[in-house]
Ligand binder design. Structure first.
Ligand code: FRU
Length: 360
């Protein structure tokens, strides 16, 4: 707590000095997100927050809403707008590579994060280990079912690397337990509506099959499937497991605490580490070509504690944000006061004299 306060104070002071200069951006970083959802909202907020710490860093965001075509266009236009570095989460492994190659061939450093590309043309890669997550979740499921039962899986978007890797890890773990049957391995696309519809249709065609546990490639998928199972509750309601383990309202940690999900796995967003890596590359400092982010299983045993901790961090983060905007507006006022010195005096209704006019 004390440490956090020190950081907040240091940041506030830092912001004052950084803001005072009103300089043009030294580095423009383009962020190409494959999707728009709560996981990426959290990450974008962290990227923004961490950019505050660095003098003269401007971020340009683009979200492709799960469309390969749109992401390719967005990367090309970010590159044409004159970015100094590209950060990209490719929607699928193959499809985005040509645009990434074009950026790299123009001499723009490229950080690929969280989802992989088939191209070798990137400067650094940063992600958690998706195979390992699927494997650990598979082992958890085997233990949870005491080695016996029917499991259903809904995968992530076809052709996206976390979907392929999570599935492979999960299957490798399940193979070790002969008493567990994967009775359905269905194609999802990371979204809740698709998971709902896919599950609903499957259940309509397999009314006599009992499912003991349903594994969704992410928490939204698991929750979509859960909705489709609800008419069968409570008699034939399986356990639900997902991945993402987000903090906050309706995030995976809360869903586990409230027993809507049986388990989740924290898929780290770590926007701060991405910005730090980008700055190291831009400043010519040494950096790791591949950074592996740590993550952990969320179960009923630790969900409460994890939720408390994450709420505290989120509270501090929003204070930091508030401080940033306060420091910003103070600096604008200060700048305008100096700029318009002696030029104009406004007397607002409450009688207080103000010798500054804000200039857009
Ligand atoms: C967010 C997301 C997560 C999932 C990840 C996989 O866009 O769909 O829910 O874990 O992407 O890349």
């Amino acid at each position: 707590m004390k440490r956090l306060l020190t950081i907040v104070t240091a940041l506030a002071l830092g912001l004052v000095f950084v803001g005072c200069t009103h300089k043009q951006a030294k580095y423009v970083i383009g962020i190409s997100q494959c999707s728009e959802d709560i996981w990426r909202d959290k990450q974008n907020a962290e990227l923004r927050m961490c950019a505050y710490f660095h003098d003269g860093v401007e971020l340009k965001f683009a979200a492709a809403y799960d469309s390969d075509e749109r992401q390719v266009q967005q990367i090309d236009s970010l590159v044409n707008s004159g970015i100094d570095l590209l950060v990209v989460a490719p929607n699928q492994v193959q499809t985005i590579s040509p645009a990434i190659d074009r950026a790299y061939d123009k001499g723009i450093p490229v950080i690929v994060f969280e989802r992989k590309t088939s191209s070798e043309k990137f400067t650094a890669f940063i992600s958690a280990d998706n195979y390992e997550m699927g494997r650990v979740m598979g082992e958890y499921i085997v233990a949870r079912l005491h080695g016996q039962g029917n499991v259903m899986e809904i995968k992530g978007l076809e052709g996206s690397s976390p979907s392929i890797e999570r599935h492979n890890g999960f299957m490798d773990a399940i193979k070790q337990a002969p008493g567990i049957q994967v009775v359905a391995s269905l194609q999802g696309d990371w979204t809740e509506p698709t998971a709902y519809e896919t599950t609903r249709q499957w259940l309509a065609n397999h009314q006599d099959v009992r499912i003991d546990l349903m594994f969704g490639a992410n928490d939204r998928t698991a929750m979509g499937a859960r909705k489709a199972f609800l008419p069968l509750a409570p008699r034939s309601m399986p356990l639900f497991c997902g991945i993402d383990g987000l903090p906050g309202e309706n995030g995976g940690i809360q869903l586990v605490r409230d027993s809507l999900l049986d388990a989740s796995y924290i898929y780290p967003t770590h926007g701060d580490q991405i910005i730090d890596l980008a700055i190291r590359i831009l400043e010519g400092k040494p950096y790791g070509k591949e950074t592996l982010l740590m993550s952990a299983l969320v179960t009923r045993d630790n969900a409460k504690v994890l939720l408390m901790e994450s709420e505290e961090i989120m509270r501090q983060a929003s204070q930091l944000d508030l401080l940033h905007s306060k420091a910003d507006s103070y600096l604008r006022d200060h700048f305008n006061r100096e700029y318009f010195k002696g030029q104009q005096t406004i007397v607002p209704k409450d009688g207080q004299k103000v010798t500054a006019v804000f200039k857009q």
